[in-house]
Design a binder for this molecule. Structure first.
Ligand SMILES: [Zn+2]
Length: 127
């Protein structure tokens, strides 16, 4: 049951999965754990590449994995991330429709909504 998983639990899951990051160039391991409405937790890690710009963030691997498994935007409740999400991932978090995002930033744990992370955002209504 999804209510059994707290934001603290989810951030701990993100911390755990970060060890599986593939970050040989930056050595900056990032983990992301996303709680879906059905109670499942989908995890992602950053995956780097020798062609640096091709690397993918932990948030995006988690959501890409979830989408490939059949989830859709709106199916997610919380995304927990071991680091502050980059600008591109803030756009993804907005698109995926999570209710809130929990992340570590400078030793603090921050909770924000996608709208707070990316105000005045571009979305499908702009197309
Ligand atoms: Zn990112």
């Amino acid at each position: 049951m999804s209510s059994a998983i707290t934001d603290t639990d989810l951030l701990a899951a993100a911390d755990g999965v970060a060890a599986r990051a593939y970050a040989p160039y930056s050595s900056f391991d990032v983990g992301c754990a996303v709680l879906a409405r059905d109670g499942r937790v989908i995890e992602g890690v950053n995956v780097e590449n020798a062609a640096y710009p091709l690397g993918v963030c932990a948030e995006r691997t988690a959501f890409a994995r979830a989408i490939a498994e059949g989830y859709r935007p709106g199916d997610f409740v919380v995304a927990a991330i071991t680091a502050s999400p980059c600008g591109g991932c803030r756009q993804w978090l907005h698109e995926m429709g999570v209710e809130r995002v929990v992340f570590r930033n400078g030793g603090r744990v921050v909770t924000m909504t996608p709208d707070e992370l990316l105000p005045e955002s571009f979305d499908s209504s702009n197309l």
